[in-house]
Design a protein around this ligand. Structure first.
Ligand code: ADP
Ligand code: ZN
Length: 757
């Protein structure tokens, strides 16, 4: 691997360093310490150590051995007092030059350390070489050159020797005997003659099942798809970077365009990375890629460490054409990347909610720039961030305005439930929805019902004193799970048997209010006892594989009514679904979050996409108490552009993202006064630093976070807001070292947060 110094142009890379000179390694650690440390490379390691490998080095006062990534090699800046590298952890580099640059950028962008990013970018299974073991392998010795011609060898021995001489790497006994068509006798004899020796090598113990893909032919694109594809293909052939925003309604044939674009890069011997939300990594999606391409690696969360390691190795060796995976697949170690695609770009799961808190869209865009390849972002409901970038010309906007087979978008009926009897009885299915369900069942159609609350009821409430039962560790009401007879916290999973008396006033008469998926299921079964009904949420789908089985049952028609949470809104394509019901569109709309309107629009548009996929047609009923709210009204008209324009204008007026970048600092700890004091002190430091450097950053807060207590920690937050991320980065670099020692308090910063709870 070629290495380039990321630090200073005077440092010569190892290849050019004078052999007599000392060589030092620059090392970063998976620690919140934003520094690069320097170590001398002992002579014994000089020929083996390369940039991108991990090393074992002494660290800290006690010189305890710690593992870090070697990010550069060069002449030491000083000679005195440098400790030495203790040993190598990896036989080969895990990170190449592009990935070094990318991870360094992420650390800057998301205000964490380089070591933290590197550690995350390499899967755990790769770091611990999962699925491999030391095995004895055979190779020829140098004596073969001098002695072999003079020795009398049997035909078998000569054959074995020929195979070994021609092998690129040492072979196992098994592979060798198979190749030579002999037993172990000739090998033993060759070892005795010292022409063959055994060496210890790491090898995989299991094998991935062979991919049987690549059999199906591509479809002929329709004129809209062709127009879009031509734009993309032009950029691919020109070999340059460009980000495309592909705005296409659900079922408009976006995936088919991706496949053709991938074909284009694969034909040039390059690889493509396709990111999809984890929830969309269904067998249906995977089959679609595997049926078209021979070498597909699928990276999902159910892989074992060993399987992930195997895929990683195959990708790094260029044996894979297409990598399909969730967020972290953006770090796939492709050798000749040709294209990155992010499907369902608007999905929140593309943002990681632990350090490093990166967004895969931003990382993909940076990676595509570094490697000079196109990036395609696809969605029926793009984020306002992407929409704005397209409007101002940073992205090229491509559109697929119609569904493929000329089918119309399904009609969406907004049902105002304020005057429905259910507003008094507390039931979930209103009159109009009941009638529509009856009709769908009578005409042999299938039904999807969406509700984003799991459990039986989200509120356990005392009739006497009006108190709601809350988690003792979180500022969150407990949800009644009737099946298990437990009250559970959906944040920390605290569980108690639901009390028969109020925990506050000790009066009997506790009531369970509101409807979760369990209660909805009960109501559906009561209303339609003849129909088959299946509930899909994270409680009912705990068993591995149950998700796929459920969808398969629905596809076969064994299930008539599918009800559930987000799980059922994504990417499902069932032609027989003639009715989709949204039980309560207000749950998302009323969240205290600047993106509540955007999410409501996305939700309705996405669930609406689950119907009307065949000539049978289909329709959507949305129950709400706010029928005039723009996201609900405009989603019912399938008018994304009108919604995006209005919402962007609103955000611009109120100086909110995407017109502003935010960084949110969460301060938390077990004692509220300490947390509050620390948040105040940190905010003061930030204000002083802003003033001192005249940075164009606004500081909002501190205030208790909307969820003021979580997992036994009190939470305060403050926000840094600016037109650009650069001044926020500058402020944080200046201010955070000044926070000093904080007792019993931790803090975390989230740049461009999606979650403001
Ligand atoms: P999207 O990704 O935009 O939701 P898909 O690519 O899944 O849309 O296409 C929707 C359906 O139309 C799929 O069943 C797909 O096989 C089919 N389809 C897409 N493009 C074509 C085409 N050019 N000719 C025929 N069928 C197509
Ligand atoms: Zn809790």
């Amino acid at each position: 691997m070629k290495t380039r110094s990321l630090f200073s142009s005077e440092l010569s890379p190892w290849e050019e360093a004078d052999r007599d000179d000392l060589v030092s390694a620059r090392v970063v650690f998976n620690l919140p310490v934003d520094r690069v440390f320097e170590y001398l490379v002992p002579d014994s390691l000089r020929s083996q150590l390369r940039v991108g490998q991990r090393v074992r080095v002494p660290f800290g006062r006690g010189d305890r051995p710690v593992v870090g990534f070697c990010v550069d090699l060069g002449k030491p800046e000083r000679r005195e007092g440098l400790k030495s590298v203790g040993g190598l952890v990896d036989p080969d580099p895990l990170i190449d030059e592009h990935m070094l640059e990318l991870t360094h950028w992420i650390a800057d962008r998301y205000l964490c350390t380089w070591g933290q990013v590197l550690d995350m970018a390499v899967p755990a299974g790769v770091k611990k070489q999962a699925g491999t073991r030391e095995m004895l392998m055979l190779q020829v010795t140098p004596a073969v050159l001098t002695q072999a011609p003079d020795l009398k060898l049997s035909a078998k021995q000569a054959a074995v020797l020929d195979i070994l001489k021609g092998a690129a790497a040492p072979l196992s006994v098994d592979d060798l005997t198979k190749a030579a068509g002999c037993g172990t006798g000739p090998i033993t004899e060759l070892r005795r003659k010292r022409l063959v020796e055994a060496v210890s090598r790491r090898a995989f113990t299991g094998e991935l099942p062979p991919g049987a893909g690549g059999r199906e032919a591509d479809l002929v694109l329709n004129p809209d798809q062709q127009r879009v594809f031509d734009r993309i293909a032009g950029v691919i052939r020109a070999g340059r970077h460009q980000t495309f925003l592909l705005h296409g309604v659900t079922g408009s044939g976006k995936t088919e365009v991706y496949i053709r674009a991938i074909r284009e890069v694969v034909n040039f011997g390059r690889q493509a990375i396709v990111l999809v939300p984890e929830i969309s990594l269904t067998p249906q999606t995977i089959r679609r890629f595997e049926s078209r391409f021979a070498g597909v690696a699928v990276l999902h969360s159910h892989l074992t460490d060993a399987e992930r390691h195997q895929h990683w190795r195959r990708i790094a060796r260029g044996e894979v054409q297409v990598v399909v995976g969730a967020r972290s697949a953006v770090f796939a170690p492709t050798t000749h990347l040709g294209l990155i695609i992010i499907d369902e770009e608007h999905e929140n799961s593309f943002k990681q909610d632990s350090v490093p808190r990166y967004h895969a869209r931003e990382v993909a865009e940076r990676r595509a720039q570094i490697e000079n390849v196109p990036l395609i972002l696809g969605s029926a409901t793009p984020t306002l961030e992407a929409w704005r970038s397209a409007k101002c010309g940073a992205y090229e906007l491509l559109r697929l305005p119609k569904r493929v087979v000329g089918l119309p978008m399904p009609p969406v009926v907004v049902v105002d439930v304020r005057h429905d009897p259910i507003s008094k009885t507390g039931a979930a299915i209103g009159r109009a929805l009941h009638t529509a369900m009856r009709h769908a069942l009578d005409t042999q159609g299938q039904i999807i019902l969406f509700l984003n609350l799991r459990g039986y009821s989200p509120l356990i409430w005392c009739r006497s004193c009006g108190a709601a039962l809350k988690c003792p560790h979180c500022d969150i009401t407990l949800t009644w799970h009737k099946e298990q007879q437990l009250a559970r916290c959906h944040s920390c999973d605290y569980k108690v048997p639901a009390p028969s008396r109020c925990t506050a006033c000790n009066q009997p008469g506790v009531r369970y209010l509101g409807t979760g998926t369990q209660r909805l299921e009960q109501e559906v079964r009561a209303r339609f006892p003849q129909a088959t009904c299946l509930r899909m949420d994270s409680d009912s789908m705990r068993q591995p594989g149950s998700h796929d089985q459920a969808l398969e049952a629905f596809r076969r028609g064994d299930v008539q009514i599918l009800l559930g949470t987000q799980m059922i809104t994504k990417g499902l394509d069932f032609p027989n679904v003639t009715l989709v019901g949204v039980i309560d569109a207000d749950t998302v709309l009323h969240q205290p979050d600047l993106r509540a309107a955007e999410r409501t629009f996305q939700l309705i548009a996405q669930v609406a996409g689950r119907t009307g996929r065949s000539e049978r047609g289909g329709r959507v009923l949305v129950q709400t108490s706010c029928p005039a709210e723009p996201p609900i009204l405009l989603a019912s008209k399938h008018d994304y552009v009108a919604f995006a324009e209005a919402e962007l204008e609103h955000r611009r007026q109120f100086d909110k993202p995407p017109f502003q970048h935010l960084a949110r600092v969460i301060v938390r700890g077990p004692h509220e006064p300490e947390v509050q004091a620390a948040a105040r002190a940190m905010t003061d430091v930030c204000r002083a630093a802003t003033a001192a450097a005249k940075l164009p950053v606004r500081i909002l807060g501190p205030a208790p976070a909307p969820t003021a207590k979580l997992k036994a920690n009190y939470r305060y937050h403050f926000q840094l807001a600016a037109d650009d991320v650069a001044p926020i980065q500058a402020l944080w670099r200046a201010a955070s070292p000044e926070f000093g020692a904080l007792r019993n308090v931790e803090y975390a910063i989230d740049v461009d947060p999606l979650n403001l709870r």
